[in-house]
Design a protein around this ligand. Sequence first.
Ligand SMILES: Nc1ncnc2c1ncn2[C@@H]1O[C@H](COP(=O)(O)OP(=O)(O)OP(=O)(O)O)[C@@H](O)[C@H]1O
Ligand SMILES: [Mg+2]
Length: 247
Amino acid sequence: MATLTIKNLHVELENKPILNGINLVVKPGETHVIMGPNGSGKSTLGNTLLKHPAVTITKGKITFGKLVTSEMKTDEIARAGLMIALQHPQAVSGVTVTNLLTIAARKFAENQKGFSPARFREEIKDVAKKLHMEPEFLLRSLNEGFSGGEKKKMEILQLSLLPAKCLIIDEIDSGLDIDALKLVAKQIVRLQEKGVSLVIITHYNRILRWIEADKVHILHKGKIVKSGTSALAKDIEKKGYAAYIKE
Ligand SMILES: Nc1ncnc2c1ncn2[C@@H]1O[C@H](COP(=O)(O)OP(=O)(O)OP(=O)(O)O)[C@@H](O)[C@H]1O
Ligand SMILES: [Mg+2]
């Protein structure tokens, strides 16, 4: 497992400054929550960690263990175990999640000859069952025609089956009904129990009913303006952001 370190990160999107000096350290096995008003830069931070092509890092550095990931390509970063569940997952026509995951998992497997696609397919079915997903979803084109909530379940299913060390989870709770949210949260707890570190981006305190967080941070205008324990998330729900944001 590796520590994720973000140091004085400045980021621009189309020449517009979006992140203005982010510092964050996520130690192995820790869970950090990032909250903040719409447009504060939360998704941009997640996208930057995975080197989204639209993002330009103008200053600062991101490391994951000994790797300087801010200088690496997206696929190299993911292969190092830093992965993301997107706020808005894309549909991929003609590719089923079973095919996609089997190809990815085979690449990850240290002993590729020992990799059993049949056994792996059973693992996929097992996680799908835990998330109450019908088996037909595994054979449909990825996210094509999926409802908002179904897409979110699909993101967690994928990340549960790949050897992640640190996961960025961007608004997994938006669009999930309360029962689905509980199933997804429980699946995230299973990842926590495996020692995976988490950066959970959310607007709501409710997911923290099931997931224990080590730290909660408020992002505003591309800066972390306040950090605290999970009590901070409860407070935000009660008071809103105004109490923490000085214009
Ligand atoms: N390609 C782009 N060019 C210019 N500005 C952009 C681009 N993409 C995003 N932005 C702006 O960057 C800012 C941060 O967006 P981001 O998606 O990171 O916010 P967020 O905190 O995730 O918001 P939300 O809570 O609504 O998901 C917003 O003001 C957004 O309009
Ligand atoms: Mg966002």
